[in-house]
Write a protein that binds this ligand. Sequence first.
Ligand code: UTP
Length: 289
Amino acid sequence: MKIRKAVIPAAGLGTRVLPASKSMPKEMLPIVDKPAIQYIVEEAVKSGIEDILIITSRGKTTVEDHFDRAPELEERLLKAGKQDVYEEMVAISKLANIQYVRQKETKGLGHAVYCAKAFVGNEPFAVLYGDDVIIGENPVCKQLIDVYDQHGLGVVGMKEVPANMISKYGSLKIDPVKDNLYKVTDMVEKPAPGKEFSNFSILGRCVLPSKIFSILENTTPGAGGEIQLTDAMLQLCKTEGMMGVDFIGTRYDMGNKLGILQAIVEVGLQHKEVGADFREYLKNIAASL
Ligand code: UTP
């Protein structure tokens, strides 16, 4: 079945990037001039997604406003002759058919995805974590969808993380299939030292069959007292099997402070308007370090 729907969980409290995320969703943190979540919506659209559900929570209405029309602003831009900026603003509201649902309690990523049950229905769907921006030529969500289309199994996006970081992520047990494609045979969320399978972790993207909802219904809180998507995916992997793609693209974790800085520097260097000036500025700074 063709994948048309995507879910973007963006309801987390963002405690690792406080105080920035105290009254502003971390998913709205800008990378140069665009909020993180816009990069993610654009990736979904480039991957062929038509319908998007963003999981929000209290204090996240700016996400909805961002993808809505802004009549007063648009009128002002037109009057000022800024046709190109006007068109760019209108285009944001037309990117995709975006809906929203609130996760009333932040009980974890698994619980957030479960909030998408009615939206998804019986179709396979993509999940793009709302604070993971991935930049690359070929959208990563599309790389995963292509694997789903070929194998008909759930797919996780994965990358190797430094050995001393794996306890903060989910660790995957994998068998190589070919090139950057793997069969996933086991997984564990936030493994205690020595309990990791490999340094490959699920990062930011997955494609899931709707069966995940009946599994999530019975998933009890795991690591950190949260309902973990990884725990539900483990069951899927044991019963139906799952695939893993060592995706091609650079991931920026907007949920941690260093990730935000890396995103701004690297995307800033490529930016059409300010990239060249920024490069000069950075060179001067670097020379003085
Ligand atoms: P994270 O675990 O990185 O988000 O979840 P968090 O809970 O906000 O992080 P910290 O530890 O407090 O800093 C990955 C994605 O899942 C969403 C987050 O918004 C983020 O985009 N999420 C997480 C939810 O939607 N609901 C949750 O209950 C938890």
